[in-house]
Design a protein around this ligand. Sequence first.
Ligand SMILES: Cc1ncc(COP(=O)(O)O)c(C=O)c1O
Length: 397
Amino acid sequence: MRESALYGTYARQPLAFERGEGCWIETADGERYLDFAAGIAVNSLGHAHPHLVEALTEQAGKLWHVSNVYEIPGQARLGERLAESSFAEKVFFTNSGAEALECAIKTARRYHHVNGQPERIRIITFEGAFHGRTLATIAAGGQAKYLEGFGPKVEGFDQVPFGDEEALLKAIGPETAAILVEPIQGEGGVRPVPNAFMRRLRELCDRHGLLLILDEVQSGVGRTGKLFAHEWAEITPDLMAVAKGIGGGFPLGACLATAEAAKGMTPGTHGTTFGGNPLAMAVGNAVLDVVLEDGFLENIAARGLQLKQGLAAVADEFPDVIEGIRGEGLMIGIKCKVQNLRLLEALRDQKMLVVPAGDNVLRLLPPLIVTEDEIREAVKRIHDAAAAVNATEKADA
Ligand SMILES: Cc1ncc(COP(=O)(O)O)c(C=O)c1O
């Protein structure tokens, strides 16, 4: 048989899906899975949400693409709505999270450039971070496994241990432009930055004239029960990257900025062919219609609490399998005692999808529309998977 024509870059699971509805996803031969992966926090409104299907198909019959050399009314509208519901005054649309980060990094460097300090190009990041797979974002993430073999690391990123204030203070120098952080590390293992440390980061940025860049690609757009996770710490950033959930499955990202931070981004300084095209904007606006409805975010917080409480009981029952539960809203991490992939496989046997992460964690990132019954069902399946792993552990011992 001929080898696959695809790059071998992904360790794919032996599963292919054909259709989905809400929190459920189905293979071609009709096997239904409870989807608590949601495309790694992308399918924010689940699969085939009627409002999104309608918005996309309606736009598809009118106009797909025009180029950013013309006005795009849907873009102006989505930009305005994002600005109204956040700290931001300016928005640049992209196709992905990494591109949103690239825009934020460029914006921060340009800010200092137009302020007459072009030497301020360095950005401080944290160990365990993940910001994407472009050359600049692998340098920002600083993980050796993603940097190896791709030539010199892009200059200008200084990494400090997660939550280490002393190391952070030492790293700030005359060339520092910004601090970049995920309010909750996703790939790093659902590691929340404590609210007090988020406030400290804001203070340090203000004191040293740095910009605070938040990566809310995974934690944003309602995931934690607030529209953006940083709202829990009652601070605002200067720049923020979002993606994933904002498009509900359509490729869409955005860099949000204060007017001051974005002041260097004048005509010609940045651009994209596809970013913010009419199809993406139709879906992005439709996602916001739902996420901004009264009570939507409150329900995420309530479902998150229900999930955490249910999981805490499972962890108590199987301490040899699960070490602890962490996270906020519907961004929950199960810190495993056994190898996390063993529990992932046991969950697959229970017809439930979850996502592995660093620090031996499994991530639960269900669609934000998940119901009380579906959370109950998820906890039951996790219980049964933990019981199965526990039994094989005992048998092996
Ligand atoms: C926190 C965070 N930042 C950036 C990215 C990169 O986004 P993308 O894969 O859309 O480029 C991801 C993707 O997993 C992410 O979780």
